[in-house]
Design a protein around this ligand. Structure first.
Ligand code: 4AD
Length: 433
């Protein structure tokens, strides 16, 4: 019985006869020879199958002519190193079993240079290719590295509900749903529930979808994205920023250690930022932008283009901090020395923009109620009775963050558009497939 191996494990089997199972990615016929770039999903790399008419025991060589991209096969033969193959590995096939043929050449559905709408409509086929496979594999590894870091710092994973009664972030970006006789919302952030969980588990994190009814079409916005969020008891603002620097450095170092082949595939020379990341207050940012001829008034959002200018001025990820009270939701703690600003920050990455939003949480009940009343529109305190109870019964200093996984992956691979980082992107005009 010949051993079945994954293409990822082929190099350690060089010299042996093995069996591989996968799909045709490319096929080329040259007289009595067929070359197949064979893909099995265990790596973005393809194995070159070389099929010689005279060496093939079964099936008949001529029956292979109608095999298109996507046909699934089991191939047996000796594998060896071969610099002529795309990824330096080759199998001289002696036996083939066809699981299923591809009835049409789906290359024609997705010709080289197909428009973006065609590619998105055929995303279920696009994901079969080495490029998307490489992105999705890296994404999977990155999620694992985040988890590793959290557990190494004794945080526990929790799963708050994603169907919620009250909003966490801005009202205009809320998806409303029918919930039996009532209405409910899809969560924008699990932060408020994570805050409740620190009183049970001390340090917590979650990796869950968040939903934003984003009307803007940009290269970094999805309407459903994967939100990595953490909340930490007894952690102040300075401690939080350091924790997040450690987190970013840990994850990027892991990528460099374990995923260099994927980085090479995308020609990425990943630079891991050094601690401390530059800290830039919102007021300082306005001054820097003014020097560059861009005027942003105090209290206004720094929009995409100025934000990029700002971070590119430093050339490394920066911590943009101390946003005015008026710009931030009620839960951000007011800075005791400068009461016009909050202990909040965004981590801004070069060429992309905000990847993390974070801050220390307000713990004073009266101050929080006052800010809820001053929000536009005022926040209904009855909806938040449980959140306000946290401030009534033994509150402690605490801080937390939210990081957009897709934006992080987009930054690591320097991808033009966020939609490439996710299995089936959801945007303002796309909910299919
Ligand atoms: O800055 P945001 O809105 O912060 C919060 O939701 C906090 N409650 C999180 C917390 O402290 N637990 O969102 C956090 C991050 C952003 O920095 C960004 O990376 C990502 O979520 N994000 C999006 N990613 C993709 N598409 C969108 N529409 C996104 N909106 C936010």
């Amino acid at each position: 019985m010949v051993t079945i191996v994954r293409i990822n494990d082929v190099p350690e089997n060089f010299g042996r006869e093995v069996c591989v199972e996968g799909w045709i990615w490319q096929k080329r016929t040259q007289g009595k020879l067929i070359f197949i770039e064979f893909f099995d999903g265990s790596t973005f790399k393809t194995l070159q199958l070389t099929i010689k008419k005279n060496s093939l025991k079964s099936p008949h060589f001529d029956s292979l002519k109608n095999l298109y991209r996507g046909a699934s096969l089991k191939a047996t033969g000796k594998v060896k190193e071969d610099p002529r193959a795309k990824y330096n590995m080759e199998m001289s096939v002696v036996e083939l079993e066809i699981f299923d043929t591809s009835t049409e050449d789906y290359d024609q559905l997705l010709p080289e240079g197909a428009g973006i709408e065609t590619q998105l409509n055929k995303r279920h086929l696009v994901i079969r290719g080495p490029k998307t496979s490489a992105i999705l594999r890296l994404r999977s590894h990155i999620v694992q590295y985040f988890r590793e870091f959290f557990y190494s710092r004794n945080a526990e994973e929790v799963t708050p509900p994603t169907i919620v009664e009250a909003q966490a972030e801005g009202g205009s970006e809320l998806f409303e749903i029918k919930y039996f006789k009532d209405k409910a919302y899809l969560t924008q952030s699990s932060q408020l529930y994570l805050e409740t969980a620190i009183f049970s588990l001390r340090d917590v994190f979650c990796i869950l979808p968040s939903f934003r009814a984003e009307k803007s079409r940009t290269r970094r916005h999805l309407t459903e994205y994967t939100h990595i969020e953490g909340e930490y008891a007894f952690m102040d603002f300075a401690g939080l920023k350091e924790y997040l620097e450690d987190l970013i450095i840990f994850v990027l170092n892991k990528v460099k250690q374990n995923d260099q082949e994927i980085l090479d595939f995308f020609e990425i020379d990943l630079k891991v930022p050094q601690k401390p990341f530059p800290r830039v207050s919102y007021s300082e940012a306005l001054e820097i932008l003014q020097m560059k001829g861009i005027t942003v008034k105090f209290g206004e959002d720094i929009s995409d283009a100025p934000e990029r200018e700002l971070v590119n001025h430093f050339g490394v990820p920066i911590i943009l901090e101390q946003f005015p009270v008026s710009m931030k939701p009620f839960y951000h703690k007011i800075n005791l020395e400068k009461p016009e600003v909050t202990n909040s920050a965004d981590f801004i990455f070069p060429n992309l923009g905000e990847v993390i939003g974070c801050g220390e949480r307000e713990t004073d009940l009266e101050s929080m109620k006052d800010r809820m009343n001053k929000m536009d529109p005022p926040v209904d305190q009855d909806d938040y009775y449980w959140y306000l109870d946290l401030r009534r019964y033994g509150s402690v200093p605490h801080s937390g963050f939210g990081l957009g996984l897709e934006r992080f992956v987009q930054w690591v691979l320097n991808l033009e558009h966020i939609r490439d980082t996710t299995l089936y992107p959801r945007t303002i005009n796309r909910i299919s497939p």
